[in-house]
Ligand binder design. Sequence first.
Ligand code: A3P
Length: 285
Amino acid sequence: ADTHLLQFKGFWLMPELVKAVEAIKTQFNPLPTDIILASFPKSGTTWLKALTFSILNLSNSSNQLVLTQKNPHEIIPFLEMETFGENPSRKVDDLNSPRIFNTHLPYPILSDKIKTSGCRIIYIRRNPADTFVSLWHFYNKILGTQVSLEQAFDEFCRGCVPGGPFFEHVLGYWQEREKKNIFLLKYEELKKDPTELVGKLADFLGCSLNFEEIQEVVSKCSFDKLRMSNGNRDEADDNIHWTGASFDSFFRQGVVGDSKNYLTTEMVQKLDLITNQMWDLEGLI
Ligand code: A3P
């Protein structure tokens, strides 16, 4: 499954993405007001998109309604494919301010213009085991073929997955954590205390919300509510994400620890070992 990937500056990318990286570098003029939602795939991107949109549009009821009718991926474009890919489906200039994008690009590959523009970057990360299991399910869904868990696990550990190595992806953003315009959050923390985290996220976005407003955002972006936004939709519609996956494949379980139902003790130990070597030594916890 990894044969279609290209190695680019230490990371594995889909060939289309390598072209997009170049296009972003030459054509994208980031604004200080831009908001970039960054993540390794399957770390909670969809949820973060919904939360950010909901926070910024809390006082705009028609925009809030959009969230109940559309998938967060339809609302917020994926920088590298939908705006700078070979066949971009959305024009950057058509987006309302503040423009919100998401990206799966590792920090070292982000264009320097983005890094120096002062735009806000929000990075969400998730524990390695759950990220891997979620990724495995997702790719099997898109490819329609069954890559065995063992093979996929081996590729994940070797880093040969889109945007991989996963551990370096996380590390790259984490190393920038002191910057004022960068905000890091963990999927697990968001699950555990969404009110606290959404409050912090709102503050970072410059929209201080009161307790009721925070609760409203949390509730509107719950797993069940977001999943329902994909309900009652005709599968034959253009209800398809650019990856070819149906939008509802972005909502599977939405829990912490589902990986324990899939991984063997050896697999867990292997991930612990890599985590130890890659993250703990760097102080990342
Ligand atoms: P699982 O496959 O473990 O269920 P991404 O959006 O980065 O592709 O990540 C998808 C993962 O986030 C999936 O994990 C999905 O179920 C979960 N997810 C999506 N929306 C969520 C929400 N509102 N709350 C919690 N988890 C959510």
